[in-house]
Design a protein around this ligand. Structure first.
Ligand code: FES
Ligand code: FES
Length: 187
């Protein structure tokens, strides 16, 4: 490829002179060794290199939550972390939540409650909700009651506050909250 020739779609070709290095990521239980520039975000590594396109790119600047994934069980925005920073951690994306043909309970609840319209925000919403329930179970406070462990199951206010980093342009919030409340109530 000459310097002025565009890489083929899906190509992992690097610009001339870019200092790529091997990066090993553990994603959904599988190891991936990739050749990445250090500036590559986790989001771009997932979508453009590993072709795990369930994780969505909305704003690419930490404002919408569409790219939410789990890193060692904690929710993070994949557009705000470099892939190289995630070496040694277990990354879970929406593709890794189901067990074979059995949906994760939150995935099933989103379907049952019709908690989506276009679905673009949904992978991030579900990953955030998985972490939210774990955080509440661990007694982590939110801005609703900053000095106290939350009462379980969580109130609607608690869920809305804890999900406030995930935007839905379709406005499916009531059904998203209902889906999370259903799973929270079954714990
Ligand atoms: S794409 Fe990462 S927060 Fe919007
Ligand atoms: S379902 Fe369309 S943005 Fe949330």
């Amino acid at each position: 490829m000459s310097e002025n020739q565009a890489p083929a779609p899906g190509s992992t070709a690097l610009p001339p002179g870019a200092a790529a290095r091997p990066v090993t990521l553990q994603v959904n239980g599988n190891p991936y060794t990739l050749l990445l520039e250090p500036r590559t975000t986790l989001l771009d590594a997932l979508r453009e290199v590993m072709h795990l396109t369930g994780t969505k790119k909305g704003c690419d600047r930490g404002q919408c939550g569409a790219c939410t994934v789990l890193s060692d069980g904690r929710r993070i925005q994949a557009c705000l972390t470099l892939a190289v920073m995630q070496e040694g951690r277990e990354i879970t994306t929406i593709e890794g939540l189901a067990s074979g043909d059995t949906l994760h309970p939150l995935q099933a609840a989103f379907v049952a409650h019709d908690a989506l319209q276009c679905g673009f925000c949904t992978p991030g919403q579900i990953c955030a909700a998985v972490a939210l329930l774990a955080e509440a179970r661990a007694g982590e406070a939110s801005a609703v009651e900053p000095l106290a462990a939350p009462a379980l199951p969580l109130s609607e206010d608690e869920i809305r506050e804890r999900m406030s980093g995930n935007l839905c342009r379709c406005g499916a919030y009531p059904n998203i909250v209902a889906a999370i409340r259903e799973v929270d109530g079954k714990r």
